[in-house]
Design a protein around this ligand. Structure first.
Ligand SMILES: NC(=O)c1ccc[n+]([C@@H]2O[C@H](COP(=O)([O-])OP(=O)(O)OC[C@H]3O[C@@H](n4cnc5c(N)ncnc54)[C@H](O)[C@@H]3O)[C@@H](O)[C@H]2O)c1
Ligand SMILES: [Zn+2]
Length: 394
């Protein structure tokens, strides 16, 4: 299995201190030579950006792309650091929010780079949460057939999930992430100090993805998170660095084995078939991590009912997610039948049967029918949703 127990043990024993952790990511063998990159994790790394981005990209002109929230807090500081080091940098700001991860914003940003005469001797710095990463990454993927990209994630979700793996893109009215490209970053720089300004709800939401990483690949990591919710919620630097490092290792391990989502990468969808349905049904009033927290508990219950998942897994997931402050059952205002309906629209549905990424037990993804997908009948989904309701009989 993916969990490398020896390495994990080292991680749990080591104290990360102030030296940044470095995780090397080697995407699928198809592009290995050109696209191996480092993820640097630790406090104070924004100050090291000039050396890091110059070395990673080999260029000296940079387009720093950020949303309004992140730009307001950090753009002036980062701009000064880069300009003081002699790196010509311009900041391009777009309005914060998922609704701006659009073709319109992509077009506007691209046009602004053209007007500013950015050429092939420049690079894009995607600075912010997953929206900035996906959007600026897609600008980088397409601008003059591709510019070097550095991901500088500032949300926990972006640090442990969206900045690693090379997926970039935008949403359309037909659905999320439907237009995009694979474009691997040259470097990822996760400065844990930036998490201090992240809204708590966003922090909790990011922690849901870390719980998922433990659930699909590493039982020790899962238990460590369960025992560390207090320091993690307090954004303790050492706990946070440890979490980001282990999650990045797990995600990088999965996408490195499977860059284009043919097999292993599907295990990252644990909790996401139900999660996406609940997220859509809430009209995005629930944060992504809140929706997948519900999704993981329900999908573990589905797995238990099908005999795929070890009994007790759903309860253990609900316990740690609840301690983080995330929801763990379908809220009463949502109709389970509608969730089932929406789950069938998930892009993982093949020939009308929805394939779920289930777990065998905490720390072990189920190989399913061979490619980490298990077809699940609608009735099993409905039963698990109904049983999860707070008002349902025991
Ligand atoms: N490419 C991938 O593989 C991948 C994987 C998972 C998710 N995603 C995408 O990521 C996006 C979600 O990412 P997200 O949750 O980071 O959303 P986001 O980028 O909208 O950030 C969430 C909010 O936090 C703010 N923010 C970010 N960092 C901050 C900081 N340090 N201080 C204060 N505020 C800060 C943002 O301005 C925003 O308001 C979705 O569009 C999703 O599709 C992509
Ligand atoms: Zn997710």
């Amino acid at each position: 299995m993916l969990a490398n127990r020896a390495a994990n043990h080292e991680l749990m024993k080591s104290s990360i201190g102030s030296a940044p952790a470095i995780v090397r990511v080697a995407p699928g063998s198809t592009q290995k030579a050109v696209s191996e990159y480092e993820v640097r994790i630790g406090p104070g790394l924004l100050r090291d950006l000039p050396v890091l981005v110059r070395k990673a990209t080999g260029v000296s002109r940079f387009a720093l792309i950020a949303d309004t929230n992140v730009a307001e807090i950090y753009a002036a500081e980062v701009l000064e650091v880069l300009q003081t080091a002699g790196l010509a940098t311009e900041v391009f700001v777009f309005p914060a929010g998922e609704m701006h991860k659009s073709r319109e914003t992509w077009m506007e940003l691209s046009d602004r780079l053209l007007t500013a005469r950015f050429g092939r001797d420049s690079a894009v710095l995607a600075f912010g949460g997953g929206v900035a990463g996906d959007l600026a990454g897609f600008v980088a993927a397409t601008y003059m057939r591709g510019l070097p990209l550095v991901q500088i994630p500032t949300s926990l979700l972006a640090m442990i999930d969206s900045s690693v793996g090379g997926k970039t893109g935008v949403d359309t009215p037909a659905g999320k992430n439907l237009i995009g490209a694979f474009h691997q970053p040259r470097l990822v720089v996760a400065d844990t100090d930036t998490l201090a300004s992240l809204p708590t709800a966003e922090l909790r939401s990011g922690l849901a993805e870390a719980v998922k990483h433990g659930a699909i690949a590493d039982a020790d990591y899962f238990r460590w998170i369960a025992a560390s919710t207090d320091p993690l919620l307090a954004v303790d630097a050492s706990a946070m660095s440890r979490l980001i490092r282990r999650s990045v290792e797990i995600k990088a391990g999965v996408v490195g084995a499977d860059e284009r989502e043919q097999g292993q990468r599907k295990m990252l969808n644990f909790g996401h078939t139900i999660g996406h349905a609940v997220e859509a049904l809430s009209r995005f009033e629930l944060l992504h991590g809140e929706a997948i927290a519900i999704g993981m508990v329900i999908e573990a219950a589905i797995g238990q009912a099908l005999g795929v998942t070890r009994p007790g897994s759903a309860a253990a997931l609900a316990s740690v997610l609840g301690a983080i402050g995330l929801p763990t059952a379908l809220p009463a205002r949502f109709d389970p039948a509608e969730v089932v309906e929406l789950s069938r629209l998930d892009k993982k549905a093949r020939a009308g049967r929805v394939e779920y990424a289930l777990i065998e037990e905490l720390g072990v993804a189920s190989p399913g029918t061979g490619s980490f997908g298990t077809p699940v009948p609608d009735e099993a989904v409905l039963d698990a949703l109904v049983a999860s309701r707070p008002d349902s009989p025991p």
